[in-house]
Design a binder for this molecule. Structure first.
Ligand code: MG
Length: 384
């Protein structure tokens, strides 16, 4: 049945972005309809979401959980599938208008590419997609007329600042909260625990991105993401620490004018904007009181205490598959840290060593990207 509603596929619906997207959708049922939900392992929540939002299709990626999900939804008008191959096929379905790519890590790349090839609107929350394969993904998006709308708060801020602008951008300024270790010494950061690293001051996010925020690799990944999204050289992207997380990022134009997007830190804002774009719809997010905020602080990032930032700049400047190698090593190192297998200070060390050892490919195709990711993971694992 045809309706004017936007039909949404959410890849990673049980994660932090996915659940907040469903919260947004539940407030605008006149505008959005859920077509597809996918989850890796959280069968219980996927079942609950399917009962509430009644998508046509759900996919549980872990095939061992197929029977659980299928039996639980037997009486619902929902088709149940399992495995990544089902995600890759269903994102291309004619009922899907917008694909919210909110899977964690490199695994988001393949379904995003498939959605692009079907010309879907991509609401991109998975930054690793552009970090690992930015040249390929942006080329495919142009070729298949698939718009990429950023969901990451910084990139959404820049995207919002660029509405109505047609002139050259001089500089992008990415703001960073600085994470939980902003004021910690190098020695204390070195032996920080998992619980300390997961305690982000401003943003409520998944474990991977929260650890990346603590190491500030998140800002490095976002710099690369911004470079691809807005076609900017890394030399023209500045990172500035802004502990209040009120200014979500800024754009500087050739006349010296700056535009910034501000608001209380709430991921539902950029998620909703990506889904409702070019329209803006209401949201009950906290309103800013400038008298209450009183001051906004900005500092240069400290690359001695947070070496991940420089690793990201150098990987992106080298180009080719180097950012893919960096990202693969980071995924392994973060996972090892979350399992208490390495100290926090070893995350950037492992990344740097992996970047030195992995095979450099100057003009990678998609197979090179998959191979580089695999090789980077193996090298990083051997260093743990
Ligand atoms: Mg962000």
């Amino acid at each position: 049945m045809h309706t004017n509603k936007r039909h949404i596929a959410i890849l990673g619906s049980t994660g932090s972005i996915g659940t907040q997207a469903l919260d947004v959708i539940s407030r605008h049922t006149d505008m959005f309809e859920v077509e597809l939900l996918t989850a890796n392992n959280n069968a219980a929540l996927l079942i609950e979401q399917a009962r509430r939002f009644r998508p046509n299709n759900v996919v549980i990626c872990n095939k061992d959980l197929y029977d659980t999900v299928n039996e639980a939804l037997a009486k619902e008008d929902v088709k149940v599938f399992a495995g990544m191959e089902s995600v890759n096929a269903l994102v291309q379905g004619s009922n899907v208008d917008i694909v919210l790519a909110s899977m964690v890590g490199f695994s988001g790349l393949e379904p995003t590419i498939n959605a692009i090839k079907a010309g879907k609107v991509i609401a991109l929350a998975n930054k690793e997609t552009l970090v690992a394969a930015g040249s390929i993904v942006t080329r495919l998006a142009r070729e298949y007329n698939s718009p990429i709308i950023p969901v990451d708060s910084e990139h959404s801020a820049i995207f919002q600042c660029l509405q109505g602008e047609h002139t050259r951008i001089e500089k992008l300024i990415l703001t960073a909260s600085g994470g939980p270790f902003r004021n910690w010494s190098k020695e204390d950061i070195a032996k920080a625990t998992r619980v300390q690293a997961l305690n982000h001051p401003n943003w409520d996010m998944g474990a991977k991105v929260t650890i990346d925020s603590a190491s500030m690799m998140n800002k490095g990944l976002e710099m690369i993401e911004a470079s691809w999204l807005f076609n900017m050289s890394p030399d023209d992207i500045e990172i500035v620490v802004h502990p209040q997380s009120i200014v979500h990022s800024m754009v500087q134009f050739t006349d010296g004018c700056l535009k910034a997007q501000l608001g209380a830190p709430d991921m539902r804002v950029p998620i909703q904007y990506a889904l409702s774009y070019p329209e803006r719809v209401s949201l009950d997010t906290k309103r800013l009181s400038f008298a209450e905020v009183a001051r906004l602080d900005f500092f240069a990032p400290d690359s001695t205490r947070f070496p991940a930032i420089d690793l990201a700049y150098s990987a992106h400047r080298v180009g080719g598959n180097m950012a893919c190698i960096m990202n693969g090593a980071n995924e392994v190192a973060v996972d090892a840290f979350l399992k208490d297998r390495i100290l926090f200070c070893r995350i950037p060390e492992i990344i740097e060593k992996t970047m030195e050892k992995a095979t450099f490919v100057p003009l990678p195709d998609i197979d090179d990207i998959y191979a580089s990711h695999q090789q980077a993971k193996e090298i990083a694992l051997s260093l743990i």
